[in-house]
Design a protein. Structure first.
Lengths: 453, 333, 326
C-alpha cells in the first residue's frame, strides 16, 4: 500500500484543487472506489483509487491546490490503526489572485502592464468610468519614455541583398551609392558602378601617364545574342572595338592638346553643397566634370558634331557620350542626352542610369548613336591623363585623368591643390589645335565657378 | 424493427467462456489505461468503451479473417476483439515503436492491416466512406469478404453517413453497418440532436435491411451480426444493425459528465453486460467460480505482460519524425 | 501528332485503363455524360460501367470510397467536377488520404489519384472558378501536380498511378482546348521537377498550371524591351522543386511569381519565402507577385478579367523588378 496522489486528469492539467474527501482515515477502500473530488479548472471530477486497502492518513485538506503527482493520502493495509492526523498541506495553497480591478478589461490591464502604467491611476472614460484601451494609450503618451539620446538616426538605404553582399565584397559603403532599382533601391549594378567610379586611391601601377586608351564603343553590337557564351560575347566585343578604333586611327588625323586644371574651387563648393544633403543625394566630382565638359562644348561648337560627307555638321544640342568600361573587358559610350542643359542632380542620375543599363546590356539604340561629343573620365582609379581616340563620326573627344593633388603655384605662392589633367583629341579635318585650346580654357573657366554649373 | 434473432438457444460453454474472457480483457485493459493515464504515462485522448464490451466481443466473433473492419476512436475493444495482440495495443497507448501503429496513432488510431483492421477513425462518420471503398474493392476483385463498419449514433447526423448508406445500397456493396448507439454524441443526447431517433428506421429508408439489437446482450449481438454478415456475404447488399448500448465512463477520460444524471448512469450499470452474462452462464450451469477466477487471473497476467512489454518498448528516434509521410522516405516537401 | 490538352488526358486515361485492371474512373457524370469537360467521353463505351463509374453527388462518399479502394489494392482515379466541390470531400482528402499512411505507422498506403479541374476565366462566378491548388499543397502526405502542357497532360497520369501515395492532379479548365503537337510516343513524365520553359538572364517568371501560357506571352513581350525573362513552370506544387527555382533566381537575381490563387497565404507566398530563405543574398530586387485579386470571382467579364492575372500585369511586374520603369 502506498500513496494516493493527485492524478493527471487531462493533458493540460498541471495542478488541481482537492475539493472534497469521500473517505476518512480508517475507511476500507477498494480498487475503483471514488475517494475524492478534484477540481481541474474545467470541472469537478470524481477520482478513484487503484488499489485495495485502508485509508491511513489524509495529507491534504479540502481547498488545497497541489501539483499533479503530489501525495494526497496514505493508504495502509489496515494493520496499523490510523491516527487521525491533522492534515498538513503537501503544498501551500496558492495565494488567491488579487481581485482584478473592475475598471479595465484583461486586454487593457495587459496593455497597461506592458506600458508600465498603474491602471488604478488612469482616468477611465468608458461606461461607468471603465478604463479603456484609449485611456491607457493616452496615459502612455502623457508619460513619454526616455528616448535614446542619439543624433538623428541615419536613414537606412534601400539596397538589394545582392547589392549589399557585393558592396561588402568590394569594400564600398552602401550608403554612398545611389540607387537605380525599384523604389530607388541600390542594385548590384549601382554598386559596381560606384566601385568603378571611386575605387581605392591610386596605386603605383596605376600612375602611368599619357597612356593612350581606346574608349570608343562599337555600334550596338553590345547586345549580342543571349545564347552565346560570355567568352564569345567578349571576343565579339573586342573585335568590334578593334575595328572601330582602327577605322578612327586610319581615317581621322588626330591632334591633342592638354592642360591641367585646378579643381580646388569646384571640389570645395561640392563639399559645401554635400554637407546639406542626405548621403544618397550627394554630388560626385564626375557630375561637375561632365557638366562643365558639356557647357564648354557649347562655347566651342565646332567640336560638337559629326564629320559627314567631308564636312562638319555642327549640332545644336550636346549629347554627351560617356565611356563606360564593361566586365571582363570592353567599352561602350552611351550618350546622356542634352547634358548641357541638365542640372547637376539630373545629370548625375542620368549617368548612373546609363552606366547601370550599359552593364546589364540594356542600352537604347539612340543612346548608342546620338552622342555628339564623348568624354572619357578615368576616375579615381585611372591614370593621370588620357589621349583618347575619337569615336567616328564625332570630331573630338575629351580625356580626363584621375584627380591628383599636385603642387600648384598661384599668386607667387605654392600650394597643394586637387587637379585634373584634361586632354582634347581633335579631328584635324574639322578643327585645329586652337579650337582645342579654347575648349580647354572654357572648361577651366567653368570649373572655377562651379556654382554656375 | 427489433431483432428477429433467437437468443434463447442453449448456451454453449465454450462460446460463453470465450465471450466472457473477451469482455473481461477489454474491461480490465481499459481500467489499466485509466490508471496509467492518471499517472501521466498515457496521454492524449482516451475514449473508454467500458459498458459497451458486449458489442465488440459479440460482433467480432461473427466475422471471418477475410472480412475488413473499420472502427472509431473508441476502438480499444474492437481492436482487442479483432485479435490485435494486447501487447501491440498497449504499446501503442505508450507511443512505442512496438505499438500496432508504430506509436504514430495512439489510442484513437489503432491499425492492423494484417487482420484487415483499418483503423480507429477519429472523425465522426469519416470511416464510413472508407468502408465503402474497401467493400467496392472486394466486390470488384470478386473477393468473398464483408466490410464491417463501426460508428456511433453521433455519425448518423453527419452527411457522410447518408452519402455512404445511399451509395452502398445503390451499388449493393458488401458493407455491414454497425451503429453503436450509446445515446450520446460526446455530451449531446440523441434526442437533442436528431429529429428521428430511431436509427434503424432511418437506415432502412436507404433500402437496406436494418434491425435494432440489445447491445448489452453479447449473445444477441453475436447472433444478429452473424445473420446480417451472412446475408451480406450471400450478395444481399449492405445491412444495418443498431446496437443499443451505453458507456459508463465519460466521453473521454476525465471529461466532466455534466450532461447526464448519476441516476441514469446507475440505471444502465444495472445492465452491465459483464455481470449480466456471468449470471446468465451460471444460471445455465455453464460457469463456475473457478472459471471466473481463472479468466480474471489470465487476463490480469496478460495485461501485466502487455504493460511490461510496452514499458520496455522502444521510442522512435525523432530523426525518423517524417517517416511515413510518403511511402518513399526521401520524398521532399 | 496534333492534339489537345483534353485529348491528351483522355488518351492517358484510356491507356491506364487498358494496361492495369486495378484502375477505374469514378466521379460525377464521368460515364454517360462523358465528363463535365468531355474528358472521359467515349470511355464508358470502351470500358463499361464497372470501371467508368457514375457516382451520385456525394463527393465525400465517393472520394472516401476511392481512398478505401486504394487501401484495398485498387488504383482508383476519382474525378471531382471542379475544385470548389472538392471542399465537400475535404475530410476524406485531408483527414484520411493524407494521413492514413502516417497514422497507421506505414501500413495503409493510399495510391489514389484525384483529378480536379480548377481555375477561372470562364465567367462561371464565385462557386466554380477558384484556384485552390495551393491550399492542397499545404498538406503533407499529398502530392499536388499541375499539368500545363500537352506533354504533362499526357504523361502525368501514368506516373501518378504508379505513385504509392495520393496524387492530386489539377487541370486548369482553360487549358482543355489548348492544341498543339505531341510526340506520338509521348509517355510518362516525372512529378518531381519544375521545368524551365524559356531560358533568360534578367528575371525569373515563376508560375504553374493555367497561368503558364500568359507568362510565356509576357516573356515574349519583355524581349522587345530588351528584358530577357526566364520562365519556370513549377509543375509540382508539393513537393516543391526548390532547387530549380533557387538556381534560376541565383542567375537572374530577380523573381516574379505568377499564381492564379489569392495572394494571401498562397503557394506564391510559399515560393517567395523559399526564395528569401534560400537565395536572399542573390536578390537584386524584391520578389514580386502577380496573383488573383482577393475577391470571390465575379461573373461580369470585365470584373473577372480584372481579378485574374494577365500577361500585361506580368510584364509590368517584371519591368518594375528589373528597374525598367515605364
Amino acid at each position: 500500500m502506498g500513496e494516493f496522489v493527485m492524478p493527471s486528469l487531462g493533458a493540460d492539467m498541471t495542478e488541481g484543487t482537492l475539493l472534497e474527501w469521500l473517505v476518512k482515515p480508517g475507511d476500507e477502500v477498494h480498487r475503483g472506489d471514488i475517494v475524492a473530488v478534484v477540481d481541474t479548472d474545467k470541472a469537478a471530477i470524481e477520482v478513484e483509487c487503484f488499489e485495495d486497502g485502508v485509508v491511513a492518513e489524509l495529507l491534504v485538506p479540502p481547498g488545497t491546490r497541489v501539483p499533479v503527482g503530489a501525495p494526497l493520502a496514505r493508504f495502509g493495509d489496515g494493520a496499523a490503526a490510523p491516527a487521525v492526523a491533522a492534515p498538513t498541506p503537501a503544498a501551500p495553497a496558492a495565494p488567491a489572485a488579487p481581485a482584478a480591478p473592475a475598471v479595465a478589461s484583461p486586454l487593457v490591464r495587459h496593455l497597461a502592464h506592458t506600458a508600465g502604467i498603474d491602471v488604478s491611476t488612469v482616468n477611465g472614460t468608458g461606461p461607468d468610468g471603465v478604463v479603456t484601451r484609449a485611456d491607457v494609450e493616452a496615459a502612455r503618451v502623457a508619460v513619454p519614455l526616455p528616448r535614446p539620446d542619439t543624433a538623428a538616426p541615419g536613414r537606412r538605404v534601400p539596397a538589394s541583398p545582392l547589392a549589399r553582399r557585393r558592396a561588402l565584397d568590394l569594400g564600398i559603403a552602401i550608403d554612398t551609392v545611389a540607387g537605380s532599382g525599384p523604389n530607388g533601391s541600390v542594385t548590384v549594378a549601382d554598386v559596381d558602378a560606384a566601385a568603378a567610379a571611386r575605387n581605392a586611391p591610386s596605386t603605383p601601377e596605376a600612375e602611368a601617364t599619357h597612356a593612350e586608351a581606346p574608349q570608343q564603343p562599337p555600334t550596338p553590337t553590345v547586345t549580342v545574342p543571349a545564347e552565346t557564351s560570355a567568352a564569345d560575347r567578349n571576343a565579339a566585343m573586342r573585335r568590334a572595338i578593334g575595328e572601330l578604333m582602327a577605322r578612327s586611327k586610319r581615317e581621322i588625323p588626330h591632334y591633342y592638346v592638354t592642360t591641367t586644371i585646378d579643381l580646388s574651387a569646384a571640389l570645395s563648393w561640392m563639399r559645401d553643397v554635400n554637407t546639406r544633403r542626405p548621403v544618397s543625394e550627394r554630388l560626385v566630382p564626375a557630375a561637375l566634370l561632365l557638366k562643365a565638359s558639356a557647357l564648354a562644348a557649347r562655347a566651342v561648337p565646332e567640336l560638337n558634331g559629326f564629320w559627314v560627307d567631308d564636312h562638319l555638321e555642327r549640332c545644336d544640342h550636346v549629347h554627351l557620350g560617356v565611356a563606360v568600361s564593361l566586365r571582363p573587358s570592353g567599352l561602350v559610350a552611351p550618350a546622356i542626352l542634352d547634358a548641357d542643359i541638365l542640372d547637376l542632380d539630373t545629370l548625375m542620375k542620368g549617368l548612373r542610369d546609363v552606366v547601370t543599363r550599359a552593364r546589364s546590356g540594356r542600352l537604347r539604340r539612340t543612346e548608342m548613336t546620338d552622342g555628339t561629343l564623348t568624354v572619357t573620365n578615368l576616375g579615381d582609379n585611372g591614370a593621370e591623363s588620357v589621349l583618347g581616340v575619337i569615336f567616328p563620326p564625332q570630331v573630338a573627344l575629351v580625356g580626363l585623368g584621375r584627380i591628383v593633388e599636385r603642387p600648384w603655384a598661384s599668386g607667387g605662392m605654392l600650394a597643394a591643390r586637387p587637379t585634373v589633367t584634361a586632354t582634347l583629341s581633335g579631328d584635324h579635318r574639322a578643327t585645329d589645335g586652337h579650337a582645342g585650346s579654347r575648349y580647354l580654357a572654357a572648361l577651366d573657366d567653368l570649373l572655377q565657378s562651379p556654382e554656375k554649373l | 424493427m427489433t431483432t428477429t434473432v433467437d437468443t434463447t438457444r442453449a448456451l454453449d460453454r465454450e462460446r460463453g467462456l470465450a465471450l466472457l474472457r473477451q469482455m473481461t480483457l477489454i474491461r480490465r485493459f481499459e481500467e489499466k489505461c485509466v490508471q496509467l493515464y492518471s499517472a501521466g504515462t498515457i496521454r492524449g485522448f482516451v475514449h473508454l468503451y467500458i459498458g459497451e464490451e458486449a458489442v465488440a466481443a459479440g460482433a467480432m466473433r461473427a466475422l471471418t479473417p477475410d472480412d475488413a473492419v473499420v472502427s472509431t476512436y473508441r476502438e480499444h475493444g474492437h481492436a482487442l476483439a479483432r485479435g490485435i495482440p494486447t501487447r501491440a495495443v498497449m504499446a501503442e497507448m505508450f507511443g512505442k515503436v512496438e505499438g500496432c501503429s508504430g506509436g504514430r496513432g495512439g489510442s484513437m488510431h489503432l491499425f492492423d492491416v494484417g487482420s484487415r483492421f483499418y483503423g480507429g477513425n477519429a472523425i465522426v462518420a469519416g470511416g464510413l466512406p472508407l468502408a465503402l471503398g474497401l467493400a467496392l474493392a472486394d466486390d470488384m476483385r470478386g473477393r468473398d469478404a464483408v466490410t464491417a463498419c463501426f460508428f456511433g449514433d453521433g455519425a448518423v447526423a453527419e452527411g457522410e453517413f447518408h452519402e455512404t448508406l445511399n451509395l452502398a445500397a445503390l451499388w449493393r456493396l458488401p458493407v455491414l453497418f454497425l451503429c453503436e448507439n450509446n445515446l450520446y454524441a460526446m455530451g449531446t443526447a440523441i434526442e437533442r440532436a436528431q429529429s428521428q431517433t430511431d436509427v434503424a428506421l432511418r437506415a432502412s429508408s436507404y433500402e437496406m435491411p436494418a434491425w435494432s439489437v440489445d447491445g448489452m446482450d453479447v449473445l444477441a449481438v453475436e447472433d444478429a451480426t452473424r445473420a446480417a454478415a451472412e446475408a451480406v456475404r450471400a450478395g444481399g447488399g449492405p445491412h444495418f444493425l443498431e446496437l443499443r448500448t451505453y458507456r459508463f465512463r465519460a466521453h473521454s477520460l476525465y471529461d466532466p459528465d455534466r450532461y447526464r444524471t448519476k441516476d441514469e448512469i446507475r440505471q444502465w450499470m444495472q445492465r452491465d453486460p459483464l455481470p449480466a452474462f456471468v449470471e446468465r452462464m451460471r444460471a445455465a450451469g455453464s460457469l463456475t467460480d473457478a472459471d471466473v477466477t481463472a479468466i480474471e487471473d489470465e487476463v490480469a497476467a496478460e495485461i501485466t505482460d502487455a504493460v511490461d512489454y510496452a514499458q520496455s518498448g522502444h521510442e522512435e528516434p525523432v530523426t525518423s519524425l517524417t517517416r511515413w509521410v510518403y511511402s518513399d522516405a526521401g520524398a521532399g516537401t | 501528332m496534333n492534339t489537345t490538352y483534353r485529348e491528351a488526358i483522355r488518351s492517358a486515361l484510356s491507356e491506364a485503363l487498358e494496361s492495369d485492371d486495378r484502375v477505374f474512373l469514378m466521379g460525377e457524370d464521368v460515364g454517360r455524360y462523358g465528363g463535365c469537360f468531355a474528358v472521359s467521353l467515349g470511355l464508358l463505351e470502351q470500358f463499361g460501367p464497372d470501371r467508368i463509374r457514375d457516382a451520385p453527388l456525394s463527393e465525400s462518399a465517393f472520394v472516401g470510397a476511392g481512398v478505401g479502394a486504394a487501401m484495398a489494392g485498387m488504383r482508383p482515379i476519382v474525378e471531382i467536377m471542379t475544385v470548389n466541390f472538392s471542399l465537400l470531400a475535404l475530410d476524406q482528402i485531408m483527414n484520411n488520404a493524407a494521413t492514413l499512411l502516417h497514422m497507421s505507422g506505414g501500413q495503409c498506403a493510399v495510391p489514389l489519384v484525384l483529378r480536379i479541374p480548377t481555375g477561372g476565366g470562364r465567367q462561371v462566378a464565385a462557386q466554380h472558378s477558384h484556384s485552390l491548388d495551393g491550399w492542397f499543397a499545404h498538406i503533407p502526405g499529398l502530392r499536388v501536380v499541375t499539368p500545363a502542357t500537352l506533354e504533362d497532360a499526357r504523361g502525368m497520369l501514368a506516373t501518378a498511378l504508379a505513385d504509392p501515395d495520393p496524387v492530386l492532379i489539377f487541370e486548369h479548365a482553360s487549358l482543355y482546348p489548348m492544341s498543339g503537337s505531341l510526340d506520338d510516343d509521348a509517355g510518362p513524365v516525372d512529378l518531381d521537377r519544375a521545368a524551365v520553359r524559356r531560358h533568360g538572364t534578367d528575371v525569373s517568371l515563376i508560375t504553374y498550371g493555367g497561368t503558364l501560357p500568359m507568362t510565356v506571352e509576357a516573356a515574349t513581350t519583355l524581349q522587345d524591351d530588351g528584358i530577357d525573362a526566364e520562365v519556370i513552370d513549377l509543375r509540382t506544387l508539393r513537393p516543391l522543386d526548390e532547387a530549380t527555382v533557387l538556381e534560376s533566381v541565383s542567375r537572374t537575381h530577380r523573381a516574379v511569381i505568377v499564381d492564379e490563387g489569392w495572394r494571401s497565404g498562397s503557394i506564391s507566398a510559399e515560393v517567395s519565402a523559399r526564395i528569401i530563405e534560400g537565395a536572399f543574398y542573390e536578390l537584386d530586387a524584391p520578389v514580386a507577385r502577380v496573383c488573383s485579386a482577393e475577391v470571390p470571382m465575379p461573373y461580369a467579364h470585365q470584373l473577372e478579367q480584372a481579378a485574374l492575372p494577365s500577361a500585361d500585369r506580368v510584364v509590368a511586374a517584371a519591368r518594375e523588378v528589373v528597374g525598367a520603369h515605364g
